[in-house]
Design a protein around this ligand. Structure first.
Ligand code: SF4
Length: 472
């Protein structure tokens, strides 16, 4: 069982611990800088990168505008190909459907392909509550699961761990889950990979049920697509008798032609590869080839709410490449756990509050977990304007005048009134200039916001008076 994000404090508090941990910061800095440099080189190889980015954005926007049509088309195609489609409004319903399907097979264990959607709904925990063991088979997910840890990155969930820590996790915990790690296990990458390979192989060969997500779903044929680097996905998608895929409704693309764009942008943005080592595609079921039963669980869980928000809906374009995490100065220092969600970093700061709402301290704090530098927007392969959504969400939160925003709201109201009354504004400016020697360098009562900022020094006289005297 992995750790849980339930009950996390607000981002600044959660980040404090990470920022004070020099080992964690060194791990994150090394990993994010390595990936971001490789990505930049892979992207620079393509002369038409900007066009691909625009095409990806346009395809996603068009698909989201007609999502109802494409989802129904997808359902018809999956059904015609021998699969069964289930609709899940929220996490509880999705978990109910999946646990019911697994129980119906009579199996007590499943193998899993790395999947953000199943993490989002807490599927492993729901399966465990029903006495079903879910084995993560992606290497990084395995490290997180064995270490009873929480994921801290979309693509590399154990990015906060270094090789020595991973060796310790394998040595201490593998035996509890199956084949133990060798006694003489070192922290060499090849040794760690071999230990994981041997540990997982017996699970692949034994499992009768596989659970996956999908990177894309092609509406015109009902085909699901999983891209990955390790081959564990291919094992889980082909060996079991029953395959259950839990996929967010925004993952649909209309045609194979549309898919072509993302199969170019996703690998370069995520792993800095020209193409993924493993791209698995399947359409329903086929006699004597792959799983004999296929179930697709289409997950809403807050997505239609996000879709209704004209500014926020662009977050649903996300293809989970994680490029925005790797360039984010806040993520690099705070790490992924501080975001209190399986979606960390800049995309998490705009997606989580839309999927979960902003009632909790952590969710209401996420849109503020950014310097608004815009590096995330620059690298996003589907051109999600993350700073725009962050500011939009901040506006909504502050507009409600919730905890920590009452003063801000009162100040904005006062400013609105003042700007509507030019006479009062002129008097206020003159008064402020006349009393400038007595002004504090920081405004009182604004808390952390002013800790690193000083008030600008006021001129001796307001600009309007200077203008009158010198130019009028
Ligand atoms: S927001 Fe853009 S850069 Fe970030 S994970 Fe999603 S697609 Fe990738």
């Amino acid at each position: 069982m992995s750790g849980t994000f339930l009950g996390m404090p607000a981002f600044p508090e959660a980040a404090r611990e990470a920022v004070a941990d020099p080992v964690l910061r060194a791990n994150l800095r090394h990993a994010t800088h390595t990936i971001r440099e490789k990505r930049a080189r892979a992207v620079a190889e393509l002369d038409d990168w900007a066009l691909l980015r625009e095409a990806g954005k346009a395809i996603k926007d068009r698909t989201l505008r007609h999502l109802d049509t494409y989802l129904v088309q997808l359902e018809e195609a999956v059904t015609a190909a021998g699969g069964t489609v289930h609709w899940a409004a929220d996490a509880a319903e999705a978990n109910r459907v999946v646990t019911g399907l697994v129980k119906a097979t009579g199996e007590r264990e499943v193998v899993k392909v790395k999947s953000m959607a199943t993490q989002e709904i807490g599927l492993n925990e729901a399966l465990e509550a029903e006495g079903i063991s879910a084995y993560e088979t992606d290497l990084a997910e395995l490290i997180v699961q064995l270490g009873e840890d929480r994921p801290s990155h979309i693509l590399v969930p154990a990015i906060h761990r270094n090789r020595g820590e991973i060796r310790d996790v394998f040595r201490d915990r593998m035996a509890d889950w199956g084949r133990p790690a060798p006694d003489d296990l070192t922290d060499a990458p090849a040794d760690l990979a071999e230990a994981a390979r041997l540990h997982l192989r017996e699970k692949f060969l034994r499992a009768k049920v596989g659970i996956s997500g999908a990177n894309f779903m092609v509406a015109e044929t009902g085909t699901l697509v999983v891209v990955e680097s390790e081959g564990n996905g291919r094992m889980c998608l082909t060996l079991p008798e029953t395959l259950i895929s839990v996929v967010g409704i925004e993952k649909v693309v209309p045609t194979w032609r549309d898919l072509e764009v993302f199969l170019q942008t996703l690998p370069r943005s995520s792993t800095a590869e020209r193409m993924n080592p493993y791209t698995s595609m399947w359409t329903g079921t086929a006699d004597a080839d792959g799983p004999g039963a296929f179930h697709l669980v289409l997950l809403d869980n807050g997505r239609t709410g996000a879709l209704a928000d004209e500014v926020g809906r662009q977050a649903l374009r996300c293809i989970r490449c994680s490029a925005c995490l790797n360039v984010c100065p806040v993520y690099e220092r705070a790490g992924g756990h501080a975001y209190g969600s399986v979606y960390p970093g800049p995309i998490g700061a705009i997606l989580t509050p839309q999927l979960r709402g902003t009632a909790s301290d952590i969710d209401a704090s996420l849109p503020y977990a950014s310097s608004l530098c815009g590096a995330c927007y620059d690298v996003c392969p589907v051109a999600i304007d993350i700073p725009e959504v962050l500011v939009h969400l901040r506006g909504e939160i502050a507009g409600r005048g919730g905890k920590g925003h009452r003063l801000e709201r009162a100040a904005m109201r006062a400013a609105t009134w003042l700007l509507d009354h030019p006479g009062a504004l002129a008097t206020g400016e003159r008064l402020a200039s006349a009393t400038r020697a007595a002004h504090p360098s920081r405004p009182p009562g604004a808390g952390a916001w002013t800790e690193g900022r000083d008030l600008p020094e006021l001129p001796e006289r307001p600009f309007r008076d200077w203008w009158k005297r010198n130019r009028a």
